[in-house]
Design a protein around this ligand. Structure first.
Ligand code: AMP
Length: 432
């Protein structure tokens, strides 16, 4: 049983080039699976890890792989086997970002559907890391264009998917072509019997890693999610703020760079917004926090780390602009609203397959996150009218309007129609 420690990236014994890239990518803290897997993998041990896409697993195996590469040797030292072409491309891209400061690093995705000749030409020139689908890797082995003799690390990514797709024989064949003393890292979202048997046959004393946390629950917070791709997120955020007439909201992004970008985008749309993350001086953070508390800023954009100390009772809503990597972060984030007995809102944006992670979060937090559609222009108008008219009715019934009545009466005496006057006031209020 491994006790999870909350690591910082600076705790890992890794090269300066990798640390620099992590900084550049804007990562503020390792995700759970990174905290678990990186120290064990850096130690050279085999790993059997339970992790889904979106939890940061590419970096979890990418760091140990890139950290031990010998760049002068331009033959494959790591091979990553994954189920689909899309995943192969995505992993290769992420590894290139992670290795952006490693001079001469070559990462190549190989998959069916792309002319094999092009892949062969690149392989001939020398490649350090190969990311591929099982079938295409076998093709290269058979053609003699991929030599796995110098491979030190093998990653089986989304192992359960690969077995479901009938790739077991191919995977075994590839493993047989790699040296016995290799390090093997296996990632899988689920652990059916076949996965255990594959691990039993090919991994040596693997550390079984799984993120396990005590359960947390949330109350007092109405939780909704919107389907929004990256391009739609900004508009969705501003629309939801306008519909719910929100004046004090906390927006979470997953990286420091995304906090900076979103703050800039909102500022250029005219919002009073501040962005906080770990790169800012404590003094600056405190200032922004104070402005937010006093209502001078309507929106505070933050990373999880920067938001740790926030204790402001009247935050009306929390937005998960990015779905958090770790379930526990979701609970921490939305716990920032609905304080002191008030009701708060939590709005989460999800795109594509992220919905599966959202379902996991629901289960973990024992809560319901309801789907909501971004309202159309017409619907927004209707919602706003209703909000204003409800306030009007409340004011007529509960407030003192004796000073205002004679002013309206004067207007009517001048010949203006009462309905026109009310409609104009509604319009002005809406445009405010
Ligand atoms: P993956 O599970 O590997 O598909 O990663 C999902 C996304 O999380 C990718 O866009 C990564 O760039 C991003 N990511 C990985 N590690 C971190 C981290 N420590 N902090 C913030 N984002 C991360």
């Amino acid at each position: 049983m491994i006790i999870m420690k909350n690591y910082e990236f600076s705790d890992f014994k890794i090269s300066f080039e990798l640390k620099q890239a992590i900084e550049r990518m804007g990562f503020e803290k390792p995700t759970d699976i990174q905290s678990l897997a990186i120290p064990v993998a850096l130690d050279g041990k085999d790993v059997l890890a339970q992790a889904q896409t979106g939890t940061g697993k590419t970096v979890a195996f990418g760091i140990p792989i890139l950290n031990k590469l010998f760049i002068d040797d331009r033959s494959p030292q790591a091979v990553i086997i994954c189920p689909t072409r899309e995943l192969a491309i995505q992993i290769a891209k992420e590894l290139k970002r992670l290795g952006q400061y490693i001079d001469g690093l070559k990462v190549l995705p190989v998959y069916g559907g792309q002319p094999i000749g092009r892949q062969i030409r690149v392989l001939k020139k020398g490649v350090h890391v190969v990311v591929g689908t099982p079938g295409r890797i076998i093709d290269h082995i058979n053609k003699g264009t991929l030599d796995l003799i110098g491979v030190e690390t093998v990653v089986l990514d989304e192992a359960d998917e690969m077995l479901d797709m009938g790739f077991r024989d191919d995977i075994e064949k590839i493993l047989e072509f790699t040296p016995k003393e290799r390090q093997t890292l296996m990632f899988s979202a689920t652990f059916p019997k076949e996965i255990k048997s594959l691990a039993g046959d090919y991994l040596i004393n693997p550390k079984h890693l799984k993120v396990s946390k005590k359960e947390l629950t949330v109350s007092n917070v109405e939780q909704y999610y919107y389907e929004a791709r990256e391009k739609q997120k900004l508009d969705t955020l501003t629309t939801v703020m306008s519909v719910y007439d929100l004046r004090k909201v906390l927006v979470f992004c997953n990286t420091k760079r995304r906090v900076d970008k979103l703050s800039r985008d909102l500022k250029s749309k005219g919002y009073d917004v501040g962005g906080i993350h770990g790169d800012l001086k404590q003094e600056t953070r405190d200032q922004l926090m104070a402005q937010f508390r006093r209502g001078k800023l309507n929106i505070l954009v933050a990373t999880d780390v920067a938001a740790r100390g926030i204790d402001i009772v009247d935050i009306e809503a929390v937005f998960n602009y990015d779905l958090p990597h770790d379930k526990e972060d979701y609970v921490h984030r939305i716990g920032r609203t609905g304080r002191a007995g008030r009701t708060g809102y939590a709005f989460t944006f999800v795109a594509g397959k992220e919905i599966y992670r959202l379902r996991d979060i629901e289960e973990f937090a024992k809560t319901e996150i309801k789907k909501q559609k971004v309202p159309s222009f017409k619907q927004i108008d209707k919602i706003k009218n209703n909000l204003i008219l409800n306030n009007v009715i409340y004011t007529i019934e509960h407030d003192n309007i004796n000073n205002e009545v004679p002013i309206i009466e004067d207007l009517i005496k001048e010949g203006y129609n009462p309905i026109d006057i009310a409609a104009a006031l509604l319009k002005l209020q809406k445009n405010r």
